[in-house]
Design a protein around this ligand. Structure first.
Ligand code: SAM
Length: 335
């Protein structure tokens, strides 16, 4: 898999010698949740329909990148499951990717899990920030926890979708009370819970360094009750994974703020409107939609992609004075 029609191009590398192998594709900027750390309560001005890449355009870019060795493809948004005919897009991309995953808030999983697994998704990340209904509502501005948990259960019924990851954003003043319920959840279910440090990608610009509950702080709270044992970090991994010392499940920490993992970052992103981003925190992006719609050949596109990737940022500057938050929020970038 991964190389259609036997086409193989030179690997895609950046100017710091990192080989790019992972693509995050935002399939829509729209979302049915309004999470505090991402979107304003009233939503954002959505892209016009024609601004959003068509399935064939996404497929073309994925195919080109696959030929350059980008085999890991994650579909995200916005909320990917709100994109009409999303399983059809999955079926188009599955033959091109070595690993095809989806990040979702889970609201539509009850409806779509089976179609997505059948279409070729082999890994899922489901975002859940609280296991208490009222606090879930407070964070997402949607009273949807029971429905999300039902979706997760439906998904768990497909062994080919395991292991399932459950991601919780860690925010000071909120997540401390969630830590133990999530630790128990990870011990009692076939889910790997991962805490993601709150990043300055919120549309409300409410992020401050102090609002981040760090992975180390979360881990200390867990270890008061359940001892943990570190597992070796996989190359290019975003998460530091720990096993519960008694062997009952594992838990992960994604610490982009307190422990950046830019050094071996192999990821690039494609926004729903066809812009290539080489870092979550990029201040520049490279348009692929315009050239594609103006008749660019694959060789033209390859050249544009290689030029952009060559300039991939060495690291983010979140912890430095003068850090500038990108104009787009996480939902518009594709987290
Ligand atoms: N709607 C899908 C979902 O909820 O998983 C996919 C898109 S969402 C933008 C992807 C992930 O980004 C979610 O796990 C979400 O919690 C996370 N996220 C959004 N804003 C964030 C922020 N400011 N800091 C850290 N994680 C964030």
């Amino acid at each position: 898999m991964g190389r259609l029609e036997g086409m193989a191009l030179e690997p895609l590398v950046d100017g710091h010698g990192r080989r790019i192998a992972d693509l995050r594709v935002s399939v829509t900027d729209r979302c049915n949740f309004r999470c505090q750390y991402c979107m304003p309560a009233e939503g954002l001005p959505w892209l016009e329909r024609d601004e959003v890449l068509h399935f064939e355009e996404i497929e073309r870019i994925v195919r080109l990148l696959a030929a350059m060795g980008v085999g890991d493809v994650r579909l995200t948004g916005g909320e990917p499951l709100v994109r009409r005919e999303f399983p059809r897009l999955v079926a188009m991309l599955a033959p091109l990717a070595d690993d095809l995953s989806v990040t979702t808030n889970g609201y539509l999983l009850e409806r779509d899990a089976e179609a997505l697994v059948r279409a070729g998704v082999n890994r899922f990340n489901v975002s859940i920030d609280s296991l208490q209904r009222d606090r879930f509502f407070e964070m997402t501005r949607r009273d949807a926890l029971p429905r999300v948990l039902r979706g997760l259960e439906v998904l768990a019924g497909f062994p080919e979708a395991h292991p399932i990851k459950v991601n919780a954003v860690a925010m000071r003043g909120f997540t401390e009370d969630e830590v133990l319920p999530f630790a128990r959840f990870a011990r009692e279910h076939p889910y790997e819970v991962r805490f993601i440090e709150f990043m300055p990608l919120d549309a409300d610009h409410a992020w401050t360094p102090d609002s981040v509950l760090t992975g180390d702080e979360v881990r200390a709270l867990i270890e008061e009750h359940f001892p943990l044992a570190a597992t070796p970090r996989e190359p290019h991994a975003t998460a530091r994974v720990y096993r519960f010392a008694d062997g009952r499940g594992s838990i992960g920490f994604i610490n982009p703020v307190s422990e950046p993992f830019c050094g071996d970052c192999n990821r690039i992103r494609l926004t729903a409107d066809g812009k290539l981003r080489t870092c979550l925190f990029s201040l520049n992006e490279t348009d692929l939609r315009g050239p594609m719609r103006a008749g660019a050949t694959d060789a033209d596109l390859e050249h544009i992609v290689r030029e952009a990737v060559w300039r991939k940022e060495l690291k983010h500057h979140v912890n430095e004075p003068g850090f500038i938050q990108p104009a787009r929020s996480m939902s518009a970038i594709g987290g």
